[in-house]
Design a protein around this ligand. Structure first.
Ligand SMILES: Cc1ncc(COP(=O)(O)O)c(C=O)c1O
Length: 385
């Protein structure tokens, strides 16, 4: 087996696709890799809350009160009052009836799709949805169809062609984090209602950042009453860890019976639940954090376009993609940025399609204007690259 693994790893290396883990320390927009301090543009801690004192204090109190781990599945002995408090706060935030917290966003996606869809059913996914949604769809055994990225006409064509036996589910990210796109939810909702398909929106990257008080993409489009299932994560803009599903009381009751990644997994640590409650409060109140991201995003887009780069991304999304093409080119550019003190790793296939390797830039609320200026300066003009 060892020689087979060697061969597989060598092949990845030859194609510039071999990934590497690097131990880091990270705080307030900076990252320490080895002895080198870099400006960190690779974090999903968009609001800058992961090191916030108030989250740390809330976790400490919960730690003393409840201990470190929850010790069991929530259906056995691992369901603490703080989990239920967090679920109530999520429902208030998302204006839904009920919510269920999972140990990660990945687990939430797997749990929802495998609980709801059966081999008789059809799942229609945007072709660029997150890997966890693809995995959930596959594991459910349902019939899978991919529609072209953001293309509602293509989705409608598929819905109108496929037989109506079984249930149909339409699945999309709210914000596509590798492209900075936002799903055209108003049109998707209209088509789902026309063909009686249940819409599932994974708003991992919209929660905390998009829409009024950061309530997310569904709220941005004012569709709270028309999207029956929303998924999210506590691990990105909220700066903590864990995932959630939110919707009707019946939906949550059913997931408690059937979502295997919820049932057969230890409940979220109570310290993380406490931090997430605090993060939700801050995210809603501190609008300046969203303004800051938006200003930095605009500056990066304008100035990198002037340097000749192709930039992808919706102006409301927290991230932007600087597309350079081949994996090798992206890796070299990332190295160059690092030499100038900027950490923004290359994003390569299979995370993004072949030939669209890129540098993903995610400015966060607590970066300084000077740091963002350094990022712009560290990109060479496109023709010199
Ligand atoms: C769209 C989307 N959904 C789900 C996840 C998984 O969330 P978590 O990191 O909380 O497992 C991610 C994380 O990368 C994501 O980007």
């Amino acid at each position: 087996m060892q020689s087979k693994l060697d061969e597989k790893l060598r092949r990845l290396e030859n194609r510039h696709l071999k990934r590497q883990l690097r131990a880091v320390k990270r705080k307030n927009g900076e990252i320490l890799i080895g002895q080198k301090k870099l400006i960190n543009l690779a974090s999903n801690d968009y609001l800058g809350l992961a090191n916030d004192r108030r989250l740390i204090e809330a976790s400490k109190i919960a730690l003393e009160k409840w201990g470190v781990g929850s010790g069991a599945s929530r259906l056995l002995a691992g369901n603490f009052p703080i989990h239920e408090e967090l679920e109530e706060k999520i429902s208030e935030f998302k204006q839904t009836e009920a919510s269920l917290v999972f140990s990660s966003g990945y687990a939430a996606n797997l749990g929802v799709l495998t609980a709801l869809a059966t081999p008789r059913d059809y799942i229609y996914l945007d072709e660029l949805v997150h890997a966890s949604l693809r995995d959930g769809a596959r594991l459910s055994g349902a019939n899978i169809r991919y529609f072209r990225h953001l293309d509602v006409n293509h989705l409608e064509k598929q819905l109108s062609e496929n037989p109506s036996r079984g249930e149909r589910f339409v699945v999309t990210d709210g914000v596509f984090s590798m492209d900075g796109d936002i799903a055209p939810l108003s049109d998707i909702v209209r088509v789902c209602e026309k063909y009686d398909a249940t819409l599932i929106v994974d708003d991992a990257h919209g929660t905390g950042v998009i829409g009024p008080e950061g309530k997310g993409t569904v709220s941005y489009f004012k569709l709270e009453d028309r999207v029956p299932i929303q998924i999210g994560t506590l691990s990105k803009a909220l700066g903590v860890q864990g995932g959630f599903v939110t919707g009707s009381k019946k939906l949550i009751e059913f997931l408690i019976q059937r979502a295997r990644s919820f049932i057969y997994s230890t409940g979220l640590s109570p310290t993380l639940a406490a931090a997430a409650i605090e993060a939700l409060k801050i995210a809603q109140k501190e609008e300046w954090r969203r303004h800051s991201i938006s200003n930095y995003r605009r500056k990066l887009t304008t100035e990198l376009k002037q340097k000749g780069y192709k930039i992808l991304g919706h102006h409301e999304a927290p991230m932007l993609a600087v597309v350079v093409g081949e994996a090798e080119k992206a890796v070299n550019l990332a190295k160059q940025l690092e030499e100038h003190g900027v950490y923004a790793p290359a994003i390569r296939p299979p995370t993004v399609p072949l030939g669209t390797s890129r540098i993903r830039l995610a400015p966060i609320a607590v970066h300084s204007t000077e740091q963002i200026e350094t990022v712009v300066e560290s990109f060479p003009n496109q023709d010199e690259n």
